[in-house]
Write a protein that binds this ligand. Structure first.
Ligand code: ZN
Length: 208
């Protein structure tokens, strides 16, 4: 059974604030209707002139700051859906890898396999860099991580995947996924990327 082709909407946003292009900025939006979960809107802002691109996702239904966890143990689990907004933090426990929000972070709708591929590409870039620096210790460590990722992909090693989002725009979706609300303390500790949380009656200005 294949998913219905999403209805892509194009919205003209006018001039590009980065390159000054006249009417070159547009947004593409499409809504995924995910069974047993709800609607998720993916949007990408693109400048046709300078190539600027920024993607994010937003959960349109019930939105709560939650922690989602899935233990990936076989190849089937790799298909667990991952909705990651710009404010979402992904943790790959056994690898000791955390993908945190930052100015360059992008939102996406993918699956665990897709997340592993993104991490693999980042590790390969880091490896290249460390090789040029002759940092054999770091190269060895990266190779171990790459090997572990390969084993997870073959169902030979387990991986605990977590996603947390203070704004409730990120999620894991699949049969084995466990979820609970994030505590206030946990929300405080999370990096929030380009967003700022305003708590009424409290001035929290810890710039990072
Ligand atoms: Zn531009």
């Amino acid at each position: 059974m294949s998913e219905e082709r999403p209805n892509i909407q194009e919205i003209k946003l006018g001039d590009c604030p980065l390159c000054g292009g006249k009417n070159t900025l547009k947004a593409l939006q499409y809504i995924h209707d995910i069974p047993y979960f709800g609607r998720v809107m993916e949007s990408t802002i693109i400048c046709e002139k300078c190539g600027y691109r920024s993607a994010d996702v937003m959960i349109l239904e019930e939105k709560e700051p939650k922690l989602y966890t899935v233990r990936v143990e076989d190849e089937k689990d790799l298909f667990t859906r991952v909705v990651r907004s710009k404010s979402g933090t992904i943790e790959l426990e056994e690898l000791g890898i955390k993908v945190e929000p930052g100015p360059a972070s992008q939102g996406f709708v993918s699956n665990v396999e897709g997340v592993l591929e993104r991490v693999r590409e980042t590790l390969l870039m880091a490896k290249n860099f460390k090789e040029q620096e002759n940092d054999s210790e770091a190269v060895k460590k990266i190779d171990e991580l790459l090997k572990y990722i390969e084993d997870v992909r073959k169902g030979k090693k387990p991986l605990t995947v977590k996603i947390m989002d203070p704004f409730g725009n990120s999620a894991l979706i699949g049969e084995k996924v466990k979820t609970r609300l994030l505590t206030k303390e946990e929300i405080k500790r999370l990096s929030k990327g380009p967003y700022v949380v305003i708590e009424p009656g409290k001035s929290e200005d810890k710039a990072s």
